[in-house]
Design a protein around this ligand. Sequence first.
Ligand SMILES: C[S@@+](CC[C@H](N)C(=O)[O-])C[C@H]1O[C@@H](n2cnc3c(N)ncnc32)[C@H](O)[C@@H]1O
Length: 267
Amino acid sequence: MEKIVDRVGYEGGGMFPSELLLFIYFCDKRKVDTIIESGRYRGYSTAILSEYFVDKDIDIYSIERNKNTEVEEIARKKVDNNNVEFKYGDSTEVMKRYVGGRTTALIDGPKGDKAVLFAAKLMKHNDISLVAIHDLYRNRFARNMSELIFNHKYYSDNEKYVGEFKYMDEKCWHRAGDNTEPFQWDRKDIGSYARTLGVFLNNDPPVNKQAEENIYEYLDNKQTEYKYNNTPLYNIRNQLQTQINEGGPVQSTIAGGILKIGRKILP
Ligand SMILES: C[S@@+](CC[C@H](N)C(=O)[O-])C[C@H]1O[C@@H](n2cnc3c(N)ncnc32)[C@H](O)[C@@H]1O
C-alpha cells in the first residue's frame, strides 16, 4: 500500500491513504467481487483502488454526478489501469445498476445526512456486503446519525488505528488546504483526527430500524418547520407582528387591524 500511495500522488479534495486503507482492508476481508465508488472528483481514491486491486478479479465502477468537468481529464490521467469503468449520474439513482456479486460501496459524495440514509437503504440489498461513508468526523450530526443507525461499524478516527496508520497521511496534509491539520479543518474543530471514513457492515441486522424511523421523522419535522418558516404568508405575519411591537401608534394600530382580518389565512 505504501508504494501505491507514493506512486499515485495525493490530489487535494481526496480521501486520506489511512482512510482508504481501512476500506481496502474490509474489501479484502469480505472477498468482494464488485466495488462501487460514489464521488470521483480528481480520481485520487479511484486511482488507489485501481492500483491496489489491479491483479484481482474485481470490477470497479466509479460514479461521478457531473460530466465533462475540468477535473474529468485529471481523473482519467490518474487512473491508467483498465479495471475501472467511469460512470455518471446521481449515484442515489444509478448505483443499483452496478451491484453484482459481493459488492462494497464507498460514498464520498453525496455527504452528510443524505449519505447516511442512502447507505441505510443500500443495506437492504443482499449483495451489498458493506458501505463506507467519508466525512463522518465527530463534530457532525451525520456522525451521530450513523452511530445510531448502523449496528456494525468502524471509524478511521479510532485512536489505536490513527496511532498505527497516520504516518501514511503525512504528505497529504499540506495539499489538503491551508489551516488544515489533525483535528482541524479550515480552522474548524472537527473533533476527529481527520475527515474520517465510517465503514458499516451488512451483518444481520445491519440497521437499527427504530433509530432509522426516528431519524426520518425528525428530518421530516425539520423540513416541515423549515418550509413553514419560509412561506411568504408566514413572513407577512412576522412583519405585521414586528410593526405592532415596534412601530409608532398609528403604524401599530394599522398592522394590528390587518393581522386581525388576515388571521384566518395567515399561518
Ligand atoms: C470529495 S469529492 C470526491 C473525492 C474522491 N473520492 C477522492 O478521494 O479523491 C466529492 C465528489 O462527489 C461528487 N458527488 C456529489 N454528490 C454526488 C452524487 N449524488 N452522485 C455522484 N457523485 C456525487 C461531487 O461532484 C464531487 O466530485
